[in-house]
Design a protein around this ligand. Structure first.
Ligand code: CP
Ligand code: NVA
Length: 301
C-alpha cells in the first residue's frame, strides 16, 4: 500500500518523481479550461473520498478538480456528517470506506487519526493536513520554487514565525530535497523537538534572512490553536512579520511564499504578498498539479 502520509516517509527519489510528473502534467494542460479532461485519464473508474474535519478552500477544491481532470470521481465529506464524528472508530471507518472508494484523502486534527486510517484502510491514504504536518503543501512549494528559481538543492530557505505544522513538513523536505532551512521565531513557538537536526535557529529575523533564496511564513494562529491564545501569539510573533524591510535583506531574487489563507498585515504585509518576489498564486495553483502527481503515485498510475 502506497500512502502519502509525510514527506520523510516517502523516498527522496519518489518525491523527485512526483515533482517532475506534476511539472509535466501542468505544462501538458497549459491554457485549457479547468474542466477539460487531461489527455491521459489515469483515474478513470476511480472513486476518491475527500474527508475534512477542518475547513479548507485550496485543499478541497484542488483535490476535487484534480481527480476530475484525471477522469475519477470524488465524494467530499465532512467528518461531523459521518459516523466518524459520532463515535464510530477510525479503524472501522477505514475498513468500510475501503470497500467503497479507491483512495482516501483526510484533513484532521490529531495525527493519530491519519495514522489509524492508513493502518486499517486497504486503499491508499493521503495526508491533507493534521495538527503536526502538511506534506501536500510543501510538495507544491518545492515545485513552485523550482519553477521560478531552479533546483532547490543547496538553497537557503528561511521560515519566519510560528514553528507549526507547515514548518514541520518544510523540515522533513529540507532533508529529502537537501536544502538549508532556517527557523526564525520566538523560543516559545519553537518547532517540536522531533524536528531537531533538520533545521537551524536564528532568533533575530534580520540576521536570519541574510542571503535567503526563499522566505516563508504562515498564519500566527492555526486551526488547531485555541482562539484564547490569539492575543498572546500575536504579541510573540509581531517581530517576525514578513514586510518589505525584511524581504529587502534576503537575496534580490528571493521568493516569498505563504500557504494561505493569510491574515494580511499580520504575518506578512500586503506589500510583500502582492509584491514582485511573491509567488503565492502560483503556489496555490501548484497544489492542484502536485496533488495530481501524488494521487498517481499512490495508485501506481
Ligand atoms: N493551504 C491550504 O491548505 O489551504 P486550505 O486550508 O484552504 O486548504
Ligand atoms: N498552519 C495552518 C495551515 C493552514 C493551511 C493551520 O493549520 O491552520
Amino acid at each position: 500500500m502506497t500512502h502519502f502520509l509525510d514527506i520523510h516517509k516517502t523516498d527522496a527519489d519518489d518525491l523527485r518523481g512526483i515533482i517532475d510528473n506534476a511539472t509535466a502534467m501542468k505544462s501538458a494542460r497549459q491554457g485549457q479550461p479547468k474542466g477539460t479532461p487531461d489527455a491521459d485519464q489515469p483515474l478513470a473508474g476511480h472513486m476518491v473520498a475527500l474527508i475534512f474535519e477542518k475547513p479548507s478552500t485550496r485543499t478541497r477544491i484542488s483535490f476535487d478538480v484534480g481527480v476530475r481532470q484525471m477522469g475519477g470521481e470524488t465524494m467530499v465529506l465532512s467528518g461531523s456528517d459521518m459516523q466518524l464524528g459520532h463515535g464510530e472508530t477510525i479503524a472501522d471507518t477505514a475498513r468500510v470506506l475501503s470497500r467503497y472508494v479507491d483512495l482516501i484523502m483526510i484533513r484532521t486534527f490529531e495525527e493519530q487519526t491519519l495514522l489509524e486510517m492508513a493502518e486499517y484502510a486497504s486503499v491508499p491514504v493521503i495526508n491533507g493536513l493534521t495538527d503536526r504536518t502538511h506534506p501536500c503543501q510543501i510538495m507544491a512549494d518545492i515545485m513552485t520554487f523550482e519553477e521560478h528559481n531552479g533546483p532547490i538543492k543547496g538553497k537557503k530557505v528561511v521560515w519566519s514565525g510560528d514553528g507549526n505544522n507547515v514548518f514541520a513538513s518544510f523540515a522533513h523536505a529540507a532533508k529529502q530535497f537537501d536544502f538549508d532551512l532556517v527557523f526564525t521565531g520566538p523560543e516559545t513557538l519553537q518547532p517540536e523537538a522531533a524536528l531537531d537536526g533538520l533545521y537551524t535557529t536564528v532568533r533575530d529575523p534580520n540576521e536570519a534572512v541574510q542571503g535567503a533564496d526563499l522566505v516563508v511564513t504562515d498564519t500566527w494562529v492555526s486551526m488547531h490553536d485555541p482562539q484564547s491564545a490569539r492575543e498572546r501569539r500575536h504579541n510573540q510573533l509581531r517581530g517576525y512579520q514578513v514586510n518589505a524591510d525584511l524581504m529587502g535583506q534576503a537575496k534580490s531574487d528571493a521568493l516569498f511564499m505563504h500557504c494561505l489563507p493569510a491574515h494580511r498585515d499580520d504575518e506578512a504585509t500586503s506589500e510583500v504578498m502582492d509584491g514582485p518576489n511573491s509567488v503565492i498564486w502560483d503556489e496555490a495553483e501548484n497544489r492542484l498539479h502536485a496533488q495530481k502527481a501524488i494521487m498517481r503515485f499512490c495508485l501506481n498510475k
